[in-house]
Design a protein around this ligand. Structure first.
Ligand code: NAD
Ligand code: UD1
Length: 331
């Protein structure tokens, strides 16, 4: 089966390509490299020892995208391509709406035109807003605090409407919690073209001595130690979640959380990282970051029951694999 992976050279996409190839699928990657590097294609080939077809195209450009469907019989699409920096989305909302929404629409139209019936879409736990934890798939979506989050909620609604109009389509929407970690080979990991402002990349930078200390955003939340609690999940588990979603696609639209169901505070993550990697992470408590919520973790029972997917890795694995990639790759 030929799987079109948009955003396949990105962080989660590259790990998913490896999982797909190892499961016997043929992968066609479409990525414009706006937040990833061409070398990733060679690394995927090196790890899997298989050929990968790569197109440097913009998924929001319809004619560029259609070339792929003309050249390949595509059986399913996994759509990762998107812009994802929260702060940037606040400064440049038009670019975010254009890129993320038009890409989704183009792919949905291509599904109809080229008779592709299977689609897996990357969404985010951000669409739950400040709901009660644990977050469950059947909860009403709350407004997010930024255009990035809105593009995810909007794409979900667009796909739900398309699903009603085209019942033969099988769509799976995966809401990721906080993906961290890297491939065990140390070859593939998070390697963006600009600096992300998420916690794990910052911990790595402090560990490497590139930053003097970590700023912990608030210690007065109603959590175990006052710092923010999140559901960190190993990126290889997320990749396996895509495989499970693809293998279990059925007609209609289905939403799944991809998280571990366990919350970890900022200080707990720092401690785990220090212990497993034998490094020191100096930190300072500062003001809360605007837009942050106290606690976010998933109810994972639906993915477990319907997809047979259970994450394998714990926080220690995540910290170890993240650091291994960091020291192997001078970013
Ligand atoms: P990433 O930036 O590493 O990967 C996205 C890839 O898409 C990049 O390689 C980028 O070059 C490409 N891309 C962006 N716009 C494109 C376009 N118009 N045409 C072609 N390629 C394009 O990000 P990631 O962390 O791998 O995230 C993958 C998806 O998962 C994104 O849609 C993101 O919003 C979503 N997501 C990520 C997280 C996270 O914390 N990493 C959490 C929830 C959801
Ligand atoms: C952020 C995004 C969210 C996105 C998610 C995954 C915001 C407001 N939300 O969520 O939309 O889906 O990333 O990409 O940006 N922290 C520090 N110091 C730091 C960095 C983070 O203390 O230098 C804390 C945060 O306050 C939070 C936790 O670490 O409590 C995790 O932060 P982060 O990795 O940015 O993820 P989210 O806040 O979950």
């Amino acid at each position: 089966m030929n799987i079109l992976v948009t955003g396949g050279t990105g962080y989660i996409g590259s790990h998913t390509c490896i999982a797909l190839i190892e499961a016997g699928y043929t992968v066609v990657i479409a990525d414009n490299l706006c937040n990833s590097k061409i070398e990733t294609v060679e690394k995927i080939k090196e790890i899997t020892n298989k050929e990968v077809c790569f197109y440097q195209i913009d998924v929001s450009n319809k004619s560029e995208l259609e070339c792929i469907f003309i050249n390949h019989q595509i059986d399913a699409i996994i759509h990762f391509a998107g812009l994802k920096a929260i702060e940037e989305s606040v400064r440049m909302p038009m670019q975010y709406y254009r890129n993320n929404i038009i890409s989704t629409l183009n792919l949905a139209e291509a599904c109809q035109k080229y008779n592709v019936r299977r689609l897996v879409f990357s969404s985010s736990a951000t669409v739950y807003g400040e709901n009660e934890v644990p977050f469950m798939e059947n909860m009403g979506l709350l407004p997010t605090t930024n255009p990035y989050g809105e593009t995810k909620a909007m794409s979900e609604r667009i796909l739900a409407d398309i699903s009603k109009a085209v019942p033969a389509l099988s769509i799976s929407i995966l809401r990721y919690f906080n993906p961290v970690g890297a491939h065990q080979s140390g070859l593939i990991g998070e390697s963006p073209n600009s600096l992300p402002n998420n916690l794990m990349p910052y911990i790595n930078r402090v560990a490497k001595g590139k930053m003097e200390k970590l700023y912990v955003f608030g210690n007065d939340y109603p959590t175990v130690d006052g710092t923010g609690v999140r559901d960190y999940i190993h990126v290889v588990d997320i990749a396996e979640g895509h495989l499970a979603a693809l293998n279990n696609l059925t007609e209609g639209i289905h939403v799944y959380n991809l998280g571990t169901g366990r919350g970890t505070s900022v200080l707990e993550l720092i401690n785990a990282f220090e212990q497993v990697n034998n490094v020191k992470i100096p930190y300072e408590i500062v003001e809360r970051r605007p837009g942050d919520i106290a606690t976010c973790y998933a109810d994972t029972s639906k993915a477990e029951k319907e997809l047979g997917w259970i994450p394998k890795y714990d926080i220690i694995d995540m910290c170890r694999d993240s650091w291994r990639f960091e020291i192997n790759n001078e970013l």
